[in-house]
Write a protein that binds this ligand. Structure first.
Ligand code: NAP
Length: 283
């Protein structure tokens, strides 16, 4: 049986660290604050927002909601971002995406002050200075928590989006892993995946990767949050088939998704600390 790499122990250990740092900020009269900019009422946005609010409340992080209706014009969304940039009591901003199709999303993203970009949305712009996307950072946080060796190891990342695949690959390279990025056009995908020490699946394709894609001794991170034909939440990996084959695997739900919200909070706290240090002239 594979070791189950659950998100909860990672979240608990992050909370210990974050509470101490939030207390220290409190002594300097700073309450870390996270703006949530939501356009419309998409069920997955509302669900993530509920989780974020709960996590923020449990830690002592303030939430500043910006709720726009689904037909809000580009100018209104841009005005919300400008307001976030101007408010020195707001340290981080989570913009729910995708924005409606009539909005120039990349322009909105570029407007956000990189110092408040706790979810890597300015990643595509030149000289990106923000934090990495929370999901990519959650993968690294989980691998670190469970002390999965990365240096010199072959990590296969399946998926090349700006939200997960690309940023997590860059972060793994910084850890001296040898990274192969795969996508929908990759040939011999199963052979490549079987050759890895660590596999990260981020495709958004429900239970697509069965036992033939994996081998003994591997660590598998399943980033996918999908619904199967019966409406059940599931990952990209066929857990029932793969779990008996590999050494360690994240469950869905209860794996990476659980850690992502905590990473959002951790980036907000780091942004608040950086703002305080800039104000007081410390580094
Ligand atoms: P995305 O933008 O749709 O990208 C999917 C990537 O997977 C693309 O690069 C695509 O290749 C590749 N792909 C699709 N089908 C494939 C296949 N059969 N074989 C190999 N590669 C394939 O999705 P995303 O935003 O990165 O999200 C991926 C998954 O992560 C989704 O299930 C999403 O819900 C989940 N997610 C989870 C969290 C969390 O907190 N856990 C956060 C964000 C997203 P091409 O580039 O060739 O099209």
């Amino acid at each position: 049986m594979a070791e189950l790499l659950k998100g909860k122990p990672v979240v608990d250990s992050m909370a210990l660290d974050l509470r101490a740092r939030i207390e220290a900020l409190g002594r300097a009269k700073v309450v870390p604050a996270l703006a949530l900019v939501r356009v419309g009422q998409r069920p997955d946005d509302l669900s993530y927002e509920r989780t974020a609010r709960k996590r923020a409340e449990s830690l002592g992080i303030a939430i500043r909601p910006y709720e726009l209706d689904e037909f809000a014009p580009q100018a209104a969304i841009e005005a919300a971002i400008h307001e976030v940039n101007r408010d020195e009591n707001v340290h981080g901003c989570l913009l729910f995406r995708p924005l409606p199709s009539f909005v120039d999303e990349s322009h909105v993203c570029e407007l956000l002050d990189p110092k408040k970009d706790i979810d890597g949305i300015t990643l595509a712009s030149d000289g990106h200075a923000g934090y990495p996307p929370a999901t990519a950072a959650a993968c690294i946080q989980l691998l670190d928590h469970y002390q999965v060796p990365l240096q010199g190891k072959h990590v296969v990342v399946v998926g090349r989006s700006l939200v997960v695949g690309k940023p997590v690959s860059m972060m793994l390279l910084r850890r001296n892993a040898s990274v192969t990025i795969c996508h929908s056009k990759t040939e011999n995908l199963a052979d490549i995946m079987r050759s890895a020490d660590v596999v990260i699946c981020a495709t958004g394709r429900a239970r697509t990767f069965g036992a033939q894609f994996f081998g003994p001794g591997q660590t598998v991170l399943d980033v996918g949050i999908n619904f199967d034909t019966q409406g059940n939440l599931c990952g990209d990996v066929d857990f029932a088939e793969v779990e008996p084959v590999v050494a360690a695997i994240t469950p869905v739900p209860g794996g990476i998704g659980t850690v992502t919200t905590s990473v959002t909070m951790a980036h907000t706290v780091a942004a608040a600390e950086a703002a305080l240090a800039a104000r007081t002239g410390r580094r």
